[in-house]
Design a protein around this ligand. Structure first.
Ligand code: RUQ
Ligand code: CUA
Length: 654
């Protein structure tokens, strides 16, 4: 193993010393002429717009945050897998079904890798997909509304990490299991792992019209850990590549036991071949139980359906569809260049970066040059598929992106740097330090045939001294590089929310004009919508009370309600009658055990309140909507359970 002295030296230094050095450099840099040049490049004047959107995963926040590039300004947090009290997602009756799973209601997940839909290998800006890692799910965000509109659970899976990457026409969004598990789940000793546990790679089809997701098939692979994946494109369209580790199939002390093999594999899956097999009736239906949750912009409501079976494919039944490419050493990222020729295995424990050739892989397959098999799946020879290696590029490679100009950009966690290298010559062109310990890097369109190679954003795991301290817990830090020249130039640091893993960037012009401004009231099909003020009312059904309420600057109708009793379950179904851009109203009820609602113009949302105490209790609008926002309030009179106060409400006519 050849490692340059420089790298060894930087490894030997404690992180704190490294960070001191780095701060010194930073202060120097800040004063120079270069810094003012950098400032100009990220300056977006007040009122002007950024050139790119960046959808950055929140990791353990469970959500996505939306930033502008090059400014690094945060525009929105889009709730996906986590309840979000800010707008009531996962608290309102309409959105609770979005978080339903086979394990019941789950208010959180670990969201890793967003990917934007594509047509013919180009970003089309229709949807962003993102995986839930912990309770395996894939979510879809509609880029008209920037809201999560669909979540599908992935059965037979655990730690849904090699996901959610899309094929070049968004035929599929892929979900590969990180942890192999018994399939179907069963009560067996853990040390029977080897041979008994399976790794499911799920291909989820996306309807080209409405984007509806459904699991087309699951490929039942050997019990490895499937870490990351990327689609083939161009000449390799029709294939999907997955990195594996723990091909040792250890079930304990993986830190040691899963690092025994000199090489693990990249699994190459010809999904077109399997699709054909499945379309001709291949595969086996097996019983399953997983949630499919869909949100409708018309009814402003989500439904959750439990699906009871899934189609499973044994790779041995489709000869010629799955091959294993030996790849050193516990590879993490699995990245495919814009031409589709190079498949890069980022071997975490290897000093060199492995670049496989798709053309060589096809040749080796055609010539049947195999080097044994794993559970019947042919293993190709390393030398036969290798295009070459990037030598001594750094330590701890994790992920690679591309600029569309023939270069790869690889992150190195241990040596904490971003390294630019040439795809053909595999020579290192430039390296820039990351502050500190970079995970992913994102170039807008980086997972497509047409990247926009102007900026790269590295997402770092350690923040330390980059910002004013905020106690022991710090937000993570991203760094923006100008990559338009030969050398990369650091332009900006900005804090990010949660723990960003991957991100997906897109030129703003592809989506900004389609961004929806309001929901049309006339098209509101919510079953409890109140479209005319005169229809505002309160109805009792046993101990359930339904309040049909409207809101417009600056009042609620009704604003006084009497005849509610302790023990009732009160549903406030509130319709926002505004039809202007950016006039939401909020709704908060004292003692409610959930959150507020933030209701967009033309939208209906429902909050449940269970009054527990006798009295007269106020509610109010939480969003400063007009000069008379403070007047936007009302009261509910709550009487004892046995009282016979009649239900009544004010319509505000007098
Ligand atoms: S994985 S670094 Cu999901 Cu690399 Cu985050
Ligand atoms: Cu409506 Cu404040």
């Amino acid at each position: 193993m050849k490692i340059s002295l420089k790298i060894i030296a930087s490894l030997l230094l404690a992180t704190s010393i490294v960070s001191c050095n780095n701060s010194e450099q930073k202060k120097e840099g800040n004063r120079g002429a270069l810094a003012s040049n950098a400032a100009e490049k990220v300056y977006v004047a007040p009122g002007e717009h950024d050139e790119f959107y960046a959808f950055i995963s929140g990791g353990y926040s469970g959500n996505i945050t939306v930033y502008g590039l090059p400014s690094g300004r945060m525009f929105k947090e889009i709730p996906v897998f986590s309840q979000f009290p800010t707008n009531g997602y996962g608290y309102s009756e309409e959105t609770k079904p979005m978080l339903n799973t086979s394990h019941g209601f789950i208010p959180w997940d670990d969201a890793h890798h967003p990917d934007i839909s594509q047509t013919s290998g180009k970003l089309d800006g229709r949807w962003v997909f993102i995986n839930g890692n912990n309770t395996p799910r894939i979510a879809k965000i509609d880029l008209k509304t920037f809201e999560t509109t669909e979540i599908i659970e992935v059965p037979n899976s655990a730690g849904n990490h090699s996901s959610s990457f899309v094929t070049e026409n968004t035929e599929y969004v892929v979900a590969g299991t990180r942890f192999s598990v018994p399939v179907p789940q069963q009560d067996i000793p853990i040390n029977e792992y080897k041979g008994k546990f399976k790794g499911a790679l799920s291909f989820i089809s996306v309807d080209p019209e409405d984007g509806r997701m459904s699991i087309k098939f699951q490929l039942m692979m050997p019990g490895f850990d499937y870490d990351l994946s990327h689609p083939g494109r161009g000449k390799s369209h029709g294939w999907f590549f997955f990195t594996t580790y723990n091909t040792e199939e250890a079930n304990t002390l993986l830190e040691v036991n899963a690092s025994q093999n000199d090489k693990d594999f990249i699994a190459a899956v010809n999904w077109k071949k399997i699709e054909e097999y499945v379309n001709n009736g291949g595969g086996k239906k097996m019983p399953a139980n997983y949630a499919h949750n869909v949100y409708s912009d018309e009814s402003h409501s989500a439904t959750s359906t439990m699906i009871k079976e899934v189609l499973v494919v044994d790779p041995l039944e489709v000869p010629g569809a799955v091959f294993l490419l030996p790849t050193p050493k516990s590879p993490h990222g699995c990245d495919v260049d814009p031409s589709g020729e190079y498949i890069i295995g980022n071997g975490k424990l290897s000093a060199d970066l492995t670049v496989h050739s798709f053309t060589k892989m096809i040749n080796a397959i055609e010539n049947k040059k195999f080097d044994g098999d794993a559970y019947g799946i042919p293993i190709l020879k390393f030398e036969d598929v290798l295009a070459g290696t990037v030598k001594q590029a750094g330590l701890g490679p994790l992920h690679t992106e591309f600029d569309g100009k023939g270069n790869g950009y690889t992150t190195f966690f241990i040596s904490s740097e971003l390294v630019k290298w040439n795809l053909e010559t595999r020579e290192v062109i430039d390296r820039q330090p990351n502050y500190y310990s970079v995970g992913h890097v994102m170039i807008p369109g980086g997972n497509s045939a047409h990247p926009f190679g102007k900026y790269a954003v590295s997402m770092n795991k350690i923040t330390k001294d980059r910002y004013l301290p905020t106690g022991p817990e710090l937000e993570h830090s991203a760094q923006l590089f100008d990559i338009s020249g030969e050398k990369m130039e650091l332009l900006l640091d900005f804090p990010t929310h949660g723990e960003p893993h991957y991100a997906a960037g897109i030129p703003a012009e592809i989506i900004k004009d389609r961004s929806q401004k309001i929901y049309k009231l006339a098209e509101n099909k919510h079953e409890y919508a109140t479209l005319a003020n005169g229809d505002a009312r309160v109805e009792r059904k046993g101990n359930e009370v339904h309040v049909y309420m409207t809101m417009i600057r600056s009042h609620f109708t009704p604003d006084n309600i009497e005849g509610i009793k302790v023990g009732d379950k009160v549903y406030f179904h509130i319709t926002n009658h505004e039809q202007d851009f950016d006039v939401p109203h909020g709704f908060a009820m004292i003692g409610a055990n959930n959150a507020e609602l933030l209701i967009m113009p033309g939208q209906t949302k429902t909050l449940v309140w269970k009054p527990k105490q006798v009295g007269v209790w106020p509610f109010y609008c939480t969003d400063f909507c007009s000069a008379l926002h403070q007047e936007m309030q009302g009261y509910v009179r709550v009487s004892p359970k046995a009282s016979n106060i009649k239900l009544s409400w004010s319509l505000g006519e007098d």
